[in-house]
Design a protein around this ligand. Structure first.
Ligand code: CU
Length: 159
């Protein structure tokens, strides 16, 4: 019932926004992984580090994030590496779609609430409300980085 109400609300809100046209990715659609959260409502801070390793891999630490449905978290991300990295949070098929786009357009900028790009040494936050239980992903979509190991899993437990 609640999900149905959300869907109706979204249709009402999304109409004019979609009509104005954003880029082809269709980021205006409601995301299964959730929505931008309110920092004041964050109940947990999850610290994530991004870096290259001595043996040529690129990694997130940790690689698994566990949260609960309807929980708002602050994901505090630090680039401890020597090249730009990204943190993109989404469902797996969207991540892979986005990855393919990044391979065609490596300089593509993301200005979405579910992603952040950080230069070496930089830190930043994503405040996120997980609205749906299930399995999601986070990844760095700078070309080559996903293959080098930069992806992880998000498990959202049902309430
Ligand atoms: Cu990266």
């Amino acid at each position: 019932m609640k999900k149905y109400a959300f869907a109706l609300l979204f249709v009402a809100l999304a109409g004019p926004v979609a009509a104005s046209g954003s880029h082809a990715g269709g980021h205006e659609e409601k995301m299964a992984v959730g929505e931008a959260g309110d920092k004041a409502k964050a109940t947990q801070t999850i610290r994530v580090t991004m870096k290259e390793t001595d043996d040529g891999k690129m990694i997130f630490t940790p690689t698994v994030i566990k949260v609960r449905e309807d929980q708002t978290v602050r994901i505090a991300i630090k680039n401890a590496g020597t090249v730009d990295h990204e943190f993109v949070l989404d469902q797996e098929d969207k991540i892979l779609e986005h990855k393919a786009q990044m391979e065609k357009f490596p300089e593509m900028e993301h200005a979405d609430a579910n992603s952040i790009r950080l230069s070496p040494g930089a830190s930043g936050d994503i405040i996120w409300k997980f609205t749906t239980d299930g399995e999601f992903k986070f990844a760095c979509l700078v070309p080559g980085h996903y293959e080098a190991g930069m992806h992880g899993d998000v498990t959202v437990a049902a309430k």
